[in-house]
Design a protein around this ligand. Sequence first.
Ligand SMILES: Cc1ncc(COP(=O)(O)O)c(C=O)c1O
Length: 416
Amino acid sequence: MAGLSPILKQATPVLAERGEGVYLYGEDGRRYLDFTAGIGVTSTGHCHPRVVEAVREQAGKLIHGQYTTVMHRPLLTLSERLGEVLPSGLDALFYVNSGSEAVEAALRLSRHATGRPNVLVFHGSFHGRTVGAASMTTSATKFRAGFAPLMGGVAVAPFPTAYRYGWSEQEATRFALRELDYVLATMSSPAETAAFFVEPVLGEGGYVPANTEFMQGLRERADRHGILLVVDEVQTGFGRTGRFWGHDHFDVRPDVVITAKGLASGFPLSAIAASKDLMAKAWPGSQGGTYGGNAVACAAALATLDVVQSEGLVDNAAAMGTRLREGLAKVAADVPAIGDVRGLGLMLGNEFVDSDGAPDAAAATRVQQAASAAGLLLLTCGAAGNVVRMIPPLVVNAEQIDEGLGLWREAVTSAV
Ligand SMILES: Cc1ncc(COP(=O)(O)O)c(C=O)c1O
């Protein structure tokens, strides 16, 4: 009898039967508070009625209108609507299915548009699992080890991970920008550097936010050297951080935005956005694919955007993020094993350390497992797996945040 690949990792033992809002219901009859949101995907909660309705209606009309063969209305309307929320000037979209594919598309575009071979990424970033995206990923060796040779042309500069360095954010930022200049002087000359790829908040890398000085430092260097600034908003986009885009926190203008996850409430849809002029520099034939811009996924994305806007989910993410963060900080104040609580909006991480301040993955895993046994689903991240992250659906309310905090305190108390 066939089953799943034995190396697939399962974060919780839950066999999910259905989902509603911030809750998942297991076949075991239990209700779970889902602070994983399918790794930051179910922005509108599980099975939001408006998303379900839009999907049902679209599935009855047209499921697959292959978008390089025929055009369909949901894709056109979605592009118009995304134009209203994207940074001004980013008025051309190309759709694929996953975050990794969108990163690959942005990589191709950057190289085509500039004629330069290299891209520069920041240490601790996660950009995906396809070979190009994995070659740009430095959040943990497990994503890139053992299937060499990886793609060439990737240079790596530090990210301002202040906690890891044991510095202030300002010291870490100055260091990161200085080292970036050093990398440009010693490894990948500006004339050979097509783009900076940056996450506004390191995701898999441990939920570490960038900051204004750092992001503006990238913009300034990008302008000076004709390098593109590509923001990977796969995890941070669509309201997750309490602003529509993660980079909105930093008053910075990207050349390319990559979006996925929260975009379609669980349907596989991703996109890159750039100016028409920049997009036109992609080589003919380099953009396409069988499933990109699937009609049902586009209908789900349109409904998602409606819900995000009409229910004020971006503001809700900011308010609930503050509430969650304050609660997590209170728990951490009583627990020396939680060395740092950080993040933006509803993208928050708790870093577990041992008595020497070294990463303590075992403690993080024990707490994550205890939480799921208590009914709170969580994931870990970080190079050592020692950060427990919280990414509830953006529809979460104050009562559910408090419920989550209660379960969190219980899990931490029992497992550390
Ligand atoms: C910032 C970022 N980029 C890219 C990806 C890859 O997306 P996918 O898993 O849909 O290929 C992820 C996935 O977690 C991500 O967080």
